[in-house]
Design a binder for this molecule. Sequence first.
Ligand code: MN
Length: 233
Amino acid sequence: MKQKNLVLTFVFAIAVLPLFASNPSDKTLSTKAVELVFPELPYAYNALEPTIDAKTMEIHYSKHHKAYYNNFLAAIKETPAANLDLKSIFAEISKQPAVVRNNGGGYYNHNLFWENMTAAKTAPSASLKAAIEKDFGSFDKFKEEFSGAAKKQFGSGWAWLVLGKDGKLFVSSTPNQDNPLMDVVEKKGTPLLALDVWEHAYYLKYQNLRADYVDNFWNIVNWDVVSKRFEKK
Ligand code: MN
């Protein structure tokens, strides 16, 4: 009997504990800017094919993302912001020059984006699913709203699923490299799901067809990661 309980406890721990473990990007927010590292891509360049082709992934990660990281560190070095964590910098980003806002956002947003995609089949946790159904009416309505925000964002930017301070989920989009943690953004909160809709994210494969890229994105969302971001709230 005792042994059975032990086994059950073990099985429970294996099944539930990963939900409480943090995603690597969480640590990024509480790290001093000067100590930030350029993260490893959590999969191979071709891992998300056919939705995202290997060449796009390689250029996006090794050129675009790397440049945001390098430019951000160069911009904050020798300024008081160098010793602030990223979350504090974003919370008062209106006090920073554009180079910090654009590259700091570019660095962090891509960390979230790589992390919230996977080739594995995943599903939202029960509590995230329930919250989505409560706040959007249904899961399909949420997808429709998020896809709409991604497709309608004029020019370069991002679409987001965000947890607001009032505990309610909402969808938003931001221009350039802004994100929902920044004080300049109208609707603020904790980003749970990020989709990059800059042309550099899809143009090699999809050319002008951003809508197809957005529709295919649903095949590669890492709901395990999004659920962890939500459970952690
Ligand atoms: Mn990008």
